[in-house]
Design a protein around this ligand. Structure first.
Ligand code: NI
Length: 174
């Protein structure tokens, strides 16, 4: 396994629509394993392939709480089959928008179909943090960031701060 570099916004690679993988083969499994390692290293609960510069429909999530056994999920070609009309609001962050958070409203419950790391098609129901996290990560596969769900005023403020942080970092001596 290897750590991959996480892309931060603003970056055009975070705005693309990722392509289905079709079959989970060794190269996709390697990508999934790298993403799990990268997510844990960054202390995140989810990561999507476009965030590491790969335009494929692959996400990994682990919503286990601190002290609990890790339960990483490796998900390819996810499809939300059903969303509840009931919604829930959560304070979301994103490894590609470091140090910024906002309340986002999403479906409280979803039914999800995907291919796992063994290329088996699975269907699960998700609610709570898992439902929120999966919807956030699937958004990444369509070039959507959590700030796209909030007011343009707040989004603009966050993206300007991130752009400025990037410029400052570029000026730092190596
Ligand atoms: Ni994210």
């Amino acid at each position: 396994m290897a750590l991959r570099t996480i892309i931060t916004a603003p970056d055009p690679r975070l705005k693309i629509k990722a392509k289905p993988v079709g079959t989970v083969d060794d190269s996709v499994r390697r990508l999934m394993d790298d993403m799990v390692e990268t997510m844990y290293h960054a202390i995140g609960i989810g990561l999507a392939a476009p965030q590491v510069g790969v335009a494929k429909r692959v996400i990994v999530v682990d919503v286990a709480r601190e002290g609990e056994e890790p339960r990483p999920m490796r998900i390819a070609d996810p499809e939300i089959l059903w969303r509840s009309a009931a919604t829930t609001e959560a304070n979301e962050g994103c490894l590609s928008l470091p140090e910024h958070y906002a309340d986002v409203t999403r479906a409280a419950e979803i039914r999800l179909r995907y291919r796992d790391h063994d290329n088996e098609v699975r269907e699960i129901a998700a609610n709570g943090l898992l439902a929120t996290c999966v919807q956030h990560e699937i958004d990444h596969l369509d070039g959507i960031l959590f700030v796209d769900h909030i007011s343009s005023l707040k989004r603009g403020m966050i993206l300007r701060k991130l752009a400025k942080a990037k410029r400052t970092k570029a000026l730092e001596p190596a």
